[in-house]
Design a protein around this ligand. Sequence first.
Ligand SMILES: N[C@@H](CCC(=O)N[C@@H](CS)C(=O)NCC(=O)O)C(=O)O
Length: 198
Amino acid sequence: MPYSTNVERVALAFGHKGLDVEWVDVDPSDRTEVDRVSGQSLVPVLVDGDRVVTDSTEILRHLEQLSPEPPLFPVEPARRAELEVFLDWFNRVWKRPPNEIEAQRGKPQPDEELIDALGRELTDGLDLFEHLLEGREYLYGEFSAADCAAFPFLKYALDRDAADDESFHAILREFLQLGEDHRRLARWIERVDARPRA
Ligand SMILES: N[C@@H](CCC(=O)N[C@@H](CS)C(=O)NCC(=O)O)C(=O)O
């Protein structure tokens, strides 16, 4: 699906591992085939032989099992656990404010105070990524599942593609405003953007 953040996560992972993939385009207004294949309607969906894997993070884990080199997850258990904590935080905590802002703005009377607070949460959160990048090129050191998961969302701090009119992306552009203090993050966005995608 064009401009899908969760699909780009998987495209970056395939590019990193140099694995072949055949992409099947999905019409956002017709999910019949996605439903038929996977029993749910969200993308991405990976069909690998008899295995059908839904959810972008699950797909990253599946690719790691299938083809461990080059890695996307550390082998050492403590470092792997740290990365899993980041993925869970990003998916269940970081992603909440932009989704809630979108839901509020879809209401007849959006709660503007709540939108401001959620927007501040997003903007203030940029410092965390800046600090994660201190002294290293990628969020957890080497390029990893953390970069695949976060980049398709954080890139909107620099991405001004006028043809992309998705409201969720517009919210990210609005609240992910990089300041003078976010130079490492800006360079990381450019660095990950230059990486191969399948
Ligand atoms: N947790 C899922 C979320 C997938 C998801 O939200 N996909 C979006 C595209 S980025 C989608 O299919 N949205 C369709 C819709 O909301 O109608 C994942 O990480 O893959």
